[in-house]
Structures are given as C-alpha cells and as structure tokens.
Write a protein that binds this ligand. Structure first.
Ligand SMILES: C[S@@+](CC[C@H](N)C(=O)[O-])C[C@H]1O[C@@H](n2cnc3c(N)ncnc32)[C@H](O)[C@@H]1O
Length: 238
C-alpha cells in the first residue's frame, strides 16, 4: 500500500508542477517542527559549520563582495557568514524559517521571497548560492529561476548551486534500499525523476541546469562532485 502511494504521488508530483508546488508548501507547514529540531541538532553538533567551511572554501569570496543565500531556511549558514564579517543576506519562501533566521542572526538579514518570483530586486549580488534547496523546484520551472538570478547578479557574478540530487547518481542512492524496493523505485524514478514525493523534490538532470542556464545567458557552467555521494554542485558564471 505504501509503495502504491509512493508511485502515485511520484507520478503526480512529476506530471503536475502545480500539484508539486502544493505538496511542497504543505510539507514545510507539516514538517516545520521536525526540520527545526534537525537543524538545531546539526547546528549544535557542528555539522552545519562543517558545511559552511566547505562552501566557503569552494566560493572563496572576498570580504567586500555581496552574497545572497537563496532558500536560506532557518539561517544557520547566513549566521556563520555574517559572524565572519561577510556582506550577506538570505531569503526563504517560508515566513517561519525567516523569522527563526533573523532571531538566530540577531539582525534582519533574511526576508521572505520565492525563487520563482524574486520580488525583491532592490539589491544586486556578486555571488548567489543555493544550498540544498533547488530541487524543490519542478524542472519545468528552472528556467524562470535561473533568469531571476541572472537578473540580480552583477556582471561577472556567479550562481553556485550546492548539493543537488544528481539523476546520474540515482542508482547509488537506491543501492542503499533492499533489492525489491530498489527495483520498483529505480523503474518508477527513471520514468518520473522524483527524488522525494512527500516534499515534492526532484532528481536534477545535467540538461535541466545546463540548457536552461545557457538560455538565460549564463556562460562557463561547471559541474563537480558534491561531498555527498549521490549529489553534485554547479557553478554558473554571468
Ligand atoms: C532542505 S531546506 C534547506 C535550507 C537551508 N539552505 C539550509 O541549509 O538549512 C530547503 C529550503 O528551501 C526552501 N524553499 C523551497 N522552495 C522554495 C522557493 N520556491 N523559494 C524559496 N525557498 C524555497 C524551503 O522553505 C526550505 O527552507
């Protein structure tokens, strides 16, 4: 029954972007408490600090560049950047997350906005990064998102996309399941590349990034392995 539910949701989420959006929105309302607990634990045990250090090493920004954390969640990464003296802001679609972020940072550096509309265009940035968030966008809508970020990047700016579940590496992920589950999930996911139907998240294919990013004007699109075995990073140069 659970598998049938999974298959049904996977199919619906992939076929209908508006259904997927509804699931994503509901998920963040329903699981807010759970996510908050997880992030608090990871903040305390240093997991998020390690990620911050890895992101910092890859981006290697000067202290005078402007940085935007897109999909900042409860703001832990913004907190570390700010405390190390970087010029950073962040936004998230969840007002609750933004409230928590600003409380943690002790300053109103985060605001509510959406990848798909990007209403706040009052500032432009040298670096925009998205960590662990882009895959909540239906692949059909990625071009809108890239165009939005292209518009708010300064000339020569970069969009870093960290940790997207990589469709090419999906077998490594399903390899951790029992063989019969792997068989079903592999087949369903190959047809409908949904990473997580209960939060409406998608496996990202190279073409989703590369084709859409080129069409929006980005050049020199670089892909490299993430620290996570089934994910990848991309850097898009304006
Ligand atoms: C897995 S969390 C990661 C949050 C944060 N980057 C972190 O590392 O803790 C994914 C975040 O993406 C946000 N998100 C999902 N869809 C979004 C959208 N369309 N616009 C902006 N943020 C979005 C969610 O609200 C959530 O906070």
């Amino acid at each position: 029954m659970k598998t049938i539910d999974y298959i049904l949701k996977t199919t619906l989420v992939y076929l209908s972007p508006s259904y997927a959006r509804g699931v994503a929105e509901k998920y963040w309302t329903l699981h807010d408490e759970k996510y908050r607990e997880l992030r608090a634990k990871q903040f305390e045990d240093g997991t998020i600090y390690d990620i911050y250090r890895k992101i910092l090493k890859i981006m290697n920004p000067n202290k005078d560049v402007s940085i935007l954390d897109a999909g900042c969640g409860s703001g832990e990464l913004v907190y570390y950047f700010y405390n190390d003296g970087y010029n950073i802001r962040g936004f998230d679609v969840s007002p609750k997350a933004v409230k928590m972020a600003n409380k943690l940072i002790g300053k109103e550096l985060c605001y509510v906005d959406d990848f798909l509309s990007l209403k706040d265009r009052t500032k432009s940035y040298d670096i925009v990064y998205i960590y662990n968030s882009l895959f909540y966008i239906h692949p059909k809508h990625l071009k809108i998102v890239f165009k939005n970020f292209y518009d708010i990047l300064n000339d020569g700016g970069k969009l870093y996309i960290f940790d997207v579940p990589d469709f090419r590496k999906r077998r490594k992920w399903y390899g951790t399941h029992k063989w019969y589950k792997r068989l079903v999930l592999n087949s369903v996911t190959t047809l409908f590349p949904v990473y997580h139907p209960y939060s409406a998240a998608f496996w990202i294919k190279d073409n989703h990034i590369i084709k859409n990013a080129y069409e929006c004007g980005f050049r020199d699109i670089i892909k490299f392995d993430s620290w996570s075995y089934y994910r990848s990073h991309y850097v898009l140069h304006k």
